[in-house]
Design a protein around this ligand. Structure first.
Ligand code: PEP
Ligand code: MG
Length: 747
């Protein structure tokens, strides 16, 4: 085998790919090239789809070309599947006699006895398999294996870069209609991302599929320029209405999601390009598709995630515009009351679904960032994450019940299940009404006063919090309005949102947390840094301190909004006293300029920190000399103390709030705050888990900040606790060094 030449040519493919941006032609050239260099009769590339664990024949030289896209193997199936499963080369002199051989009629593979397959992978990520085959007697040598492995590893990089494009070029497959629902699809268990229940007709929301169906259609009916212009006007009117609705429902999010679509709709190159094609005789639907595809292809090659996000806008807009042009699917509230089954969701998609009043969401195969689930909670949309991909193939309108309190999805539920669900629902409503009779003051059984504050993500949460008489806002996660938007909110925009919050709380304390982005919550419009380990990267206060103008604008907006209020500002992820002082300096500078400019503002906000990093625990006494209050973010504190990703299901068993070190750290912080006369709150999820309440109160915690939904339940639970008993519970828990015993003690 001409190894060096092969490698050289493969790397040439890389530049070829950059120029052509067509993955199929790239794969076709690859198989030609590898077959020629290796003097093989056959060379094939199978690509792996890790969503359904399937390898698909994607290009071949030597096998029946019609079998491309049709031959599919499960991981481990056949010699090819085995190579990928075991991540090793498989070399056979007589493939057909191997127990792993899988015969496919019609691809004419049986003529080639000598077989060599190597996995295409990047690290442990499986990408596909590269195969070569020869006729009897021409078996492959060790050096062939080495060369093919080297080629596969180069190919891996190229394919990985092109994955996105491949999705765009995937042949459109007519939606399968599942006439008979397989038994295993009737009941699916998933992971809860946002609690609640919903029953309604299913709707598959797969934008790519919608667009793919439009791309692969023929348009026999003739349309005119006038039809196109009407479609543009209708589209604009719909978008404006949607924008208005989002604005009313979620004023802080008054995101410009639909405005972004409107901008494209007014873009002279986009619309102008389409009109030019129509004027030169092209049928309008074809013209729309051609220009949209040009835009998508262009954006897809960009390294910039903001640009790639734009693809979504174009896809979304194109589908809407085409539907208006073809007068199809013009219903306005296409998601209303539906259970949406989707593959991938951005925060902005959640807003769209919420503004159209979708009933619930099943996210298939997607990863749910902690903030996506917090947002779904704020928007009160029940959401379940499932890895049952077959759900995406359900016909639209299949009745579906989701119970996102325990993570169950029932497809076409029987009358029995529905009845049970309805009676449960009634019982729940009665219970909720009882729970709503919350008292303005929370006390333990022995009359010790405890303060319940609210965690707020969107202003919508605050309405509930106020109804439930919370004693103030203990944590306002200011990143949400930043995350749902497509551009950075200005100081004026932030001021409006923050002021609303302050007014709604009317006189009670309000704690603003400064921007806590980075990690899994990136702002695509602002930074596009790829980090090896984003959880420990440029995030939170580090991001703010490195982006001082953004930070200072936020601080000014807070100070202005907090005029006359009990304003507290806290900094997330603080790792040292020095860092706190740097952040505090920005507040001081902002106070000075506001003063000079004569703008109304809060003159003396309290400045505190989130205790989320273990490194703070040992210096907490010194920290208490500077920071005026502490808020313990147990979600991150546990993650970083135990080295367990809080969003990773695989290690959720190790995410233990009652790990002895966590308990002792909590005790230390609460004690130090008490000694220094500083207020201390727990605002992580541990505060709303009833089983931890005796411990937390027992070590002296008196302020909890929780999602408003939990207020009635937590108030009730606290009223059953006796402080003396809680203290002895806490003491005995602190004396334990073993997790097993603590787990047992907690029941
Ligand atoms: C925490 O880390 O406990 C916390 C409240 O912050 P967030 O969940 O927003 O990271
Ligand atoms: Mg946190």
């Amino acid at each position: 085998m001409d190894n060096e030449k092969l490698l050289y040519d493969i790397s040439e493919l890389n530049s070829l790919f950059r120029e052509s941006a067509s993955i199929q032609s790239l794969l076709n050239k690859t198989v030609e090239m590898v077959a020629a260099h290796t003097k093989s009769d056959v060379c094939s590339v199978y690509l792996f789809n890790n969503e359904n664990n399937e390898l698909v024949l994607s290009a071949t030289k030597g096998l029946n070309p019609d079998s491309v896209g049709k031959v599919r193997l499960k991981l481990g199936q056949g010699l090819t599947g085995l190579a990928l499963k075991e991540m090793r080369p498989i070399c056979e002199k007589d493939a057909a006699s191997s127990p792993n051989y899988k015969f496919f009629p019609g691809i004419f593979e049986e003529r080639y006895d000598c077989f060599l397959a190597v996995p295409i992978a990047r690290g442990i990520s499986k990408i596909g398999v590269l195969n070569v085959q020869r006729q009897k007697g021409k078996s492959f040598s060790d050096s062939d294996i080495t060369a093919l492995e080297a080629a596969a590893s180069q190919l891996a990089d190229i394919i990985e870069n092109a994955r996105f494009l491949m999705a765009m070029h995937e042949p459109y497959v007519e939606e399968k209609s599942l006439d008979v629902l397989p038994e295993q699809l009737k009941f699916v268990r998933g992971k809860i991302a946002s609690e609640g229940f919903a029953y309604g007709p299913a709707k598959i929301a797969d934008m790519k599929k919608n667009l793919a169906s439009l791309l692969h259609r023929t348009y026999d009916d003739k349309y005119t320029l006038d039809d196109f212009e009407k479609a543009v006007a209708n589209t604009a009117a719909q978008l404006e209405e949607l924008q208005e609705r989002v604005g009313q429902k979620l004023s802080d999010a008054a995101s410009l999601i639909f405005a972004a679509h409107l901008v494209i709709l007014k873009d002279k190159y986009f619309i102008g390009g389409i009109i030019k094609l129509i004027e030169s005789g092209e049928n309008p639907p074809v013209a729309v598709i051609r220009i949209a595809k040009e835009y998508i292809d262009n954006f897809a090659t960009s390294d910039n995630s903001y640009m790639r996000e734009k693809i979504q806008d174009i896809e979304d807009l194109t589908v809407r515009l085409m539907n208006n042009l073809l007068s199809e699917n013009q219903e306005h509230d296409k998601f209303k009351g539906h259970i949406i089954i989707a593959r991938e969701l951005y925060p902005s998609d959640l807003l769209i679904l919420s503004s159209e009043e979708a009933g619930g969401i099943v996210l298939v195969g997607g990863t749910v960032t902690s903030h996506l689930s917090i947002l779904a909670n704020s928007l009160r949309i029940p959401m379940i994450v499932s890895d049952t991909f077959e759900l995406l193939e359900l016909p639209d309108n299949t009745p579906m019940l989701i119970d996102a309190e325990i993570g169950n999805v029932y497809v076409d539920p029987s009358d029995d299940i529905l009845e049970k669900f309805e009676s449960q629902q009634k019982a729940r409503l009665t219970l909720d009404r009882q729970r709503l009779s919350v008292k303005p003051i929370t006390e333990t059984r022995d009359g010790t006063r405890v303060h319940l504050m609210a965690n707020i993500n969107l202003l919508a949460d605050l309405k509930v919090a106020c109804e439930l008489q919370c004693e103030g806002v203990g944590l306002y996660r200011t990143e949400f309005p930043f995350m749902i938007r497509r551009n950075l909110p200005t100081e004026a925009e932030q001021f409006i949102t923050y002021r609303k919050l302050v007014e709604m709380v009317s006189g009670k304390p309000v704690t603003f947390r400064t921007l806590d982005i980075g990690g899994d919550k990136t702002l695509s419009y602002y930074h596009d840094i790829k980090e090896q380990n984003p959880a420990m990267g440029l995030r939170s206060i580090r991001f703010s301190l490195q982006n001082k103008p953004v930070f200072a604008e936020q601080i000014r907006a807070m100070l202005r909004a907090g005029a006359g209020a009990d304003l507290r500002i806290m900094f997330p992820m603080i790792s040292s006293i020095d860092e706190f002082c740097q952040a505090r300096e920005v507040v001081f500078e902002s106070l000075e300029t506001l003063e000079k400019q004569g703008i109304a503002h809060n003159h003396r906000p309290k400045l505190g920190i989130m205790v989320e990093l273990p490194c703070i625990v040992d210096i907490i006494d010194d920290m208490a000399k500077e920071a005026e209050f502490f808020s313990i973010g147990t979600n991150d504190l546990i993650q970083f103390m135990l080295g367990v990703d809080r969003t990773n299901e695989n290690v959720s068993g190790s995410y233990l709030p009652h790990h002895p070190s966590v308990l002792r750290a909590l005790k230390k912080v609460i004690h130090a705050a008490g000694q220094a006369g500083r207020e201390v709150t727990v605002c992580g999820d541990m505060a709303h888990q009833e089983k931890y309440l005796p411990f937390l109160l027992g070590i002296g915690l008196r302020i909890l900040s929780i999602d408003p939904r939990f207020l009635p339940r937590i108030q009730q639970a606290i009223s059953n606790i006796d402080i003396k008993e809680a203290q002895s519970v806490a003491e005995s828990m602190l004396a334990q060094a073993r997790i097993t015993e603590l787990t047992q003690a907690l029941g």
